[in-house]
Design a protein around this ligand. Structure first.
Ligand code: NAD
Length: 297
């Protein structure tokens, strides 16, 4: 690979469950990262993404391989620091799973990214063609979906989705970096709703939850069956929902229902118990919140 094609600085936007973990992974590879999020507390603009890094440093097992790796992460907020993406070769968007917010962010990134910088989305379910609506040809040429899995330090897979306008050299550049620097197995997926993993996974999680609710089976009993025996070690289906984030589930469902074919079998099982909405409203968003289907230990 030529020197010009290497990735020497990365920006991750969205310091949540995935963005913070992806930033840690890039830093573990020795590559400096800029991690940005929105300002939630205007009184403390500097605390935005730093909180995510500090939380990770306290986690055991920590996503950072060393404190030196953690020091490679510079944090900031999107309101003040977006212009800094101009120094980054790869900009990874990992904000909330909403098409409108992602599209609005890309419009701003387009003003700042340097020519040749790659922009990718960590979306779980939104087709690439929808994400780049309204963007220039130059932006589209350098845009991909890089779908990391949770937690990024331990899950080896990345689904890589390119569009009809994507530059094959940039696709190869990211595949090479993900493989060699991040140690990931890269699976090329088509630009279809949910790609491969979530097209299957969302169906499976919903079907398992429906069965548990209908049969009156407890969360623990359901996970004992839909866990290790079915190849989902440790979490099972409800534990997986807690890990992923309960608040992600309605966004995933909405984006799949907006894009799947009319005869897709997911439509028949995607029902709403009202429970998920009540949990989110009460702050039970899973491990990142007050707890979820399981209490936090
Ligand atoms: P999250 O809710 O934990 O984090 C999202 C972060 O983005 C929050 O910190 C929020 O403040 C920030 N944010 C929202 N709007 C922003 C904006 N305009 N600019 C900057 N920051 C903004 O979400 P998550 O679970 O990390 O998911 C992020 C993305 O990754 C989504 O597209 C999701 O579908 C995808 N994903 C999630 C998982 C998972 O297991 N949670 C797995 C794979 C992919």
């Amino acid at each position: 690979m030529s020197g010009a094609a290497t990735i020497s600085r990365v920006c991750v936007i969205g310091a949540g469950v995935m963005g913070a973990g992806i930033a840690a992974q890039v830093a573990n590879a020795g590559v400096p990262v800029l991690l940005l999020d929105v300002v939630r507390d205007p009184a403390d603009r500097s605390a935005v993404a730093r909180g995510a890094v500090e939380r990770m440093l306290k986690t055991d097992p920590a996503p950072f391989m060393s404190k030196a790796a953690a020091r490679l992460v510079e944090t900031g907020n999107i309101e003040d620091d977006l212009a800094k993406v101009a120094d980054c070769d790869w900009i990874i968007e990992a904000i909330v799973e909403r098409l409108d917010l992602k599209q609005a962010l890309y419009a701003k990134i387009e003003d700042h990214r340097h020519e040749g910088a790659i922009v990718s989305s960590n979306t779980s379910s939104i087709p690439l063609d929808r994400l780049v609506e309204g963007r220039s040809e130059g932006f589209r040429r350098n845009f991909l979906i890089t779908h990391f899995f949770n937690p990024p330090r331990y899950m080896r897979l990345i689904e890589l989705v390119s569009g009809t306008g994507s530059d094959p050299a940039q696709v190869a550049r990211i595949a090479d970096f993900a493989d060699r620097a991040l140690g990931k197995s890269v699976v090329r997926a088509k630009d279809t709703p949910g790609f491969i993993a979530n097209r299957i996974g969302t169906f499976w999680i919903q079907a398992a939850m429906n069965a548990a609710f209908d049969l009156g089976v407890s969360v623990e009993e359901a996970d004992a069956i839909a866990g290790r025996p079915m190849g989902v070690p440790k979490t099972g289906v409800f534990g997986l929902a807690d890990l992923v984030g309960i608040d992600l589930l309605p966004h995933l469902k909405a984006s799949l229902l907006a894009t799947l074919p009319e005869d897709d079998p997911y439509r028949a099982i995607a029902r709403d118990e009202g429970l998920i909405g009540r949990m989110i409203a009460d702050g039970f968003t899973g491990r990142k919140g007050k707890g979820g289907f399981y209490r936090l230990s």
